[in-house]
Design a protein around this ligand. Structure first.
Ligand code: UDP
Ligand code: MG
Length: 238
């Protein structure tokens, strides 16, 4: 395959019903851009038929690539593997759960003229009440402790200039902190409003218990890194 201009990276864990509908929406949106693209699905060792569905879709779509994980390794690992395979100068991420609208991708890409990273902001987020409340608190704590003002760091729909991603060392859970981590590398980051829908098929892989504690430790780590980030301007004068 020739080097595409855009790479879309999508983590997949038990999303069999969502995949064909998602791909249809993606192709419609990406074809409209009149740019070459590839769609990279990273199967995080799904236990349903996701991988079979992806292989069937790949038979019909040339621009589709599949990475298969040997064991379930989490969303950050899936993004990392996708970023490493991605050939496009521009990388777009989103989830496989149909909670995002691929039709919003052009809006994100437009902003890449001015910025290095464009993050989606789910202004009207469509998740269960408990999740909305816990996320609101988590975002406030995260912003306070890490000195940020990002409205929706957890939104997977994002667009990046690839150069910033290749320098990035990912750790588990770090997909939630990409705007902060990339800002530390000098990236100009902005947020744009995107649509969000309730999950129709499959289930959310996260609950308050498995997110709260680990994410808080991750936050302390990121806040520390940000505080200790080397930040100097120097010139060699002789
Ligand atoms: N996912 C993954 N590995 C995991 C958990 C989730 O690849 O261990 C994928 C999942 O299939 C989806 C995305 O990451 O495409 C976000 O997961 P989910 O929708 O469950 O998270 P939520 O939107 O509820 O926060
Ligand atoms: Mg989701």
């Amino acid at each position: 395959m020739q080097k595409p201009q855009i790479s879309v990276v999508i983590p997949v864990y038990n999303e069999q019903e969502n995949l064909p509908i998602l791909l249809e929406g993606l192709v419609l949106s990406l074809d409209g851009l009149r740019k070459s693209y590839e769609v990279i699905f990273v199967d995080d060792a799904s236990t349903d038929k996701s991988l079979n569905v992806l292989q069937e879709l790949a038979n019909k779509t040339t621009s589709l690539r599949i990475i298969k994980f040997q064991k379930n390794s989490g969303q950050s690992a899936a993004f990392d593997a996708g970023f490493k395979l991605a050939k496009g100068e521009i990388v777009v991420t989103l989830d496989a759960d149909l909670q995002y609208d691929p039709g919003d991708i052009p809006k994100l890409l437009e902003k890449l003229n001015e910025y290095d990273v464009v993050c989606g902001w789910r202004k009207k987020r469509q998740d269960p009440q408990l999740k909305l409340i816990s996320t609101k608190i988590a975002n406030a704590v995260r912003n306070k402790l890490s000195g940020e003002n990002i409205k929706d760091t957890g939104c997977s729909l994002k667009a990046f200039k690839r150069d910033f991603l290749v320098k990035l060392k990912m750790y588990k859970g770090m997909h939630r902190f990409l705007p902060t981590l990339l800002k530390m590398q000098g990236a100009k980051v902005c947020e744009v409003e995107v649509r969000h829908f309730p999950r129709k098929f499959g289930r959310s892989k996260y609950n308050i218990r498995n997110r709260l504690f680990k994410s808080f430790l991750d936050l302390l780590f990121v806040a520390w890194m940000k505080k200790r980030n080397l930040d100097y301007k120097a010139e060699v004068i002789k």
